[in-house]
Structures are given as C-alpha cells and as structure tokens.
Write a protein that binds this ligand. Structure first.
Ligand SMILES: *Cc1c(COP(=O)(O)O)cnc(C)c1O
Length: 390
C-alpha cells in the first residue's frame, strides 16, 4: 500500500489532507514522495520558523540527541534552564513553565490564573473571559475557552468558567463581575481569520485587567517567536500581559509549549500543582535555543517586518485579491470571489503549499524566507487565481 492508502486505513480521519505526501525538505522547499518540489509558505502552520532542516538547527538538535535525549523533571536540565533564561531576559516575564503544545501551554496559563485568584480571593472567583472567534486548542478545557460554537458540538460537558465577548471594550466590560479572574485573547486571531485586534481595544482591556486585578493572558501560540515582526506580538500593542503562551514556532519543528508569567505570578505554582512527563525535553529545548539565537535578534525581526510589507504589496497587485491583512509574516488574504480552500488545493497542485483561515488564504512562511522566494510564491498564487478564472 502507498502512504495515502495506509493513512486512510490506519489513521483516524481527523484531518482533511492535501493530496501530497512530504518526504523531505530544505529551506522553504519540501519534496513530495512523487518527487515534485513545493515552495512552502505555510511552515507546517508556523512551526518550521527557520524552514526545513536549517543547518544550525539540525546541528543543535542532533548534537543534543547524542548527548542526552530525555530526563525526567526530577532533574535539572541545562538546555531547559537556558531556554527559560533567554525567554525571560528578552521580555518582562520572570518565570517559565514548559509543556509540549499550544493547548498545554494554555491549560497551564488557565491554571495559573485560577490559582492566583484562589490564593488571593478564595473560592468562586475563577471565570475567564475569552473572545468570540478565538482559538485556544483542542483539549476539553481549551476548546471550552475557544469562542466558536461549532467547536463545541459533540464534546459536552465542557470545563465551566468561560464567557465569550465581542472584540470591543463594552462587550468585555459587561461580562466582568465578582467571579471573573482573567481575560484570555490572541492579539491576532490566527485560526479565526487573521483578525488583527484594534490597538485601543487591547490597551483598554489591559487597563481594565490592571484595575480589577484580572490576569491578562495573551495566547501567542501562533503569533509568538518573531512571527509578527516582534519577538512576541503583544509588543506591537504596547501592553505588558501577566501571562503569555507560545508554542508553534518556538521549537523550529519539534513539539514544545511554554507559559511565561510576570513577577506578580511567579510563585503561584508550587510543586505538584502542574507537570508533564515530556515537558522541557532537552532535544526540543536545544532546537528552541537555536531558534531564539536567530529570531531573537532585532535586525532579524526588522527583516520579518520588511518581508511582510513586501509580500503584502506584491499580493495587492494580483487580480482577484480583495484585501491583505498582515502583521509581519502572519498574512491573511481575502479573495474577491471563490472558495479559499479550493484555491489552496489548486496552489498545491501548482507547487505552492499554502493554508487557509476561515474564508481567507493564509501564509505563515518561514521567517528566513528570501525576497525572491516570496516573489515566486506570489507568482504561483497569481497564476493559480488567473487559471481559476473566477
Ligand atoms: C495552534 C494554536 C493553539 C493550539 O496549539 P496546539 O499545539 O495545536 O495544541 C492554541 N492557540 C492558538 C492561537 C493557536 O494558533
């Protein structure tokens, strides 16, 4: 049986897949089992932040795999300690808790927010306000936090304690009462359609949180680690959240999640309040340390912004594209007509790996993509849209 048949027979059908099996990659290019080369502007949903098999990253990961591949969290880990140090030194946060995915990082943040409130105010003050159209993960609790009804259909009962507001201040403010302990939001809603939140709105929510001692959690699982042209997206909004979560781009292709907390929260979690067998794996942390050594540089981040502007300007010249919204290299493309998913399928046939977000095409290219590769991606999309003749 070939890969596609095996997949259909043996893997639960939880994904709609493109008709390609990928077997290798280098930089922004992936090679399919069919021998065809594809230009990838999706990075495995923003995970391969330095593209496929970046040389420095491969060296860091393979060296660590040959040194020590795992130890339990009962022991100190040089790679994990260094990673936590870098994350804190490059931000205002003071402590980190590691996990293995975005959903787990959000679970941790939710627990920290609730325990902070419990310790200070006692029982019953435990509700978290999230936004409609948000996405926070696939566990029962993070699905509950996700403000989209269609994610809630089959899996009741959910974790209690989430309320969903519109992305406007009055809507958030109206939901705050003596049971509220926090607000959780993405500064740019990724899965929800690359919706960039209004800066005044985000700032007024941050102010409200400060006044009412609510824990402000920013979900940076997709926006973090350079994606939006800052190390973390909240920096674009001039706020200082109490907690952030990151995951996708942090490991450069290996699974990791991290929850970062500010000084006020650094002692909330104590032994046995949280943990994970696989968290802070040294091989993964070695990859993440390498990613941060590249992406944590101001000049590198400036380039991410310039490439984002360049890409947007090129895309806006294409017939059939109605609008483009981006922050750095997190890019949503609104089409005049036609179904974004069908266009994405045709792009893949034409050699461009691209994804969608709601009714938009979405690009999350490797952060080190070159200008000529961006031009090539734009050309393939242009060709595909003109062929579709919508
Ligand atoms: C992808 C994503 C998650 C979930 O991350 P997983 O690693 O799939 O658990 C959570 N929040 C946001 C904003 C995401 O984009």
């Amino acid at each position: 049986m070939d890969t596609k048949q095996l997949d259909n027979q043996y893997i639960m059908h939880t994904y709609g897949r493109y008709d390609v099996a990928l077997k290798s990659g280098k930089g922004c290019r992936a090679v399919g089992e069919d021998g065809k080369t594809y230009l990838d502007v999706s990075s495995g949903i923003g995970v391969n932040s330095l593209g496929y098999c970046d040389e420095g990253w491969v060296n860091a990961v393979t060296a660590q795999a040959g040194e020590i591949q795992h130890m339990s969290n009962y022991f100190y880990s040089p790679q994990a300690s260094k990673l936590a140090q870098t994350l804190c030194e490059k931000t205002h946060f003071t402590k980190v808790c590691f996990g293995n995915s975005g959903a787990e990082a959000n679970e941790c943040a939710i627990k920290v927010a609730r325990k902070y409130s419990f310790d200070k105010y006692g029982e019953g003050r435990n509700e978290i306000i999230t936004l409609k159209n948000s996405f926070h993960g696939r566990t029962v609790t993070t699905l509950s936090a996700t403000g989209q009804d269609n994610f809630h259909t089959f899996f009741y009962p959910f974790t209690e304690g989430f309320k969903y507001a519109d992305a406007d201040f009055d809507s958030v403010n109206a939901l705050v009462d003596d049971k509220t302990c926090g607000v959780l939001l993405e500064c740019v809603q990724g899965e929800g359609g690359v919706n960039i939140l209004d800066k005044d709105f985000v700032q007024s929510v941050a102010k409200l949180c400060e006044e009412k001692d609510l824990v402000l959690i920013v979900d940076e699982v997709q926006t973090g680690v350079g994606r939006t042209g800052k190390l973390f997206c909240y920096e674009n909004f001039d706020i200082q959240p109490d907690l952030i979560t990151c995951a996708k781009g942090l490991g450069g292709g290996l699974p990791i999640g991290a929850c970062l907390c500010s000084k006020k929260l650094e002692d909330v979690m104590q032994p046995s309040t949280h943990g994970s067998t696989f968290a802070a794996n040294p091989v993964v942390c070695a990859g993440a340390n390498y990613v941060l050594s590249v992406v944590g540089d101001e000049k590198f981040l400036d380039e991410v912004n310039k490439k984002g502007d360049f890409l947007r300007n090129q895309l806006l010249k294409i017939k059939g594209i109605k609008s483009v919204r981006n922050l750095g290299l997190m890019v949503g493309i609104e089409l005049e007509k036609g179904d974004a998913h069908e266009i994405a399928v045709k792009c893949v046939e034409n050699g461009l790996l691209i994804i969608t977000a709601k009714s938009l095409l979405r690009m999350l290219p490797p952060l080190n993509i070159s200008y000529s590769e961006l031009e090539e991606a734009v050309e393939i999309l242009d060709k595909t849209l003109q062929e579709a003749n919508l």
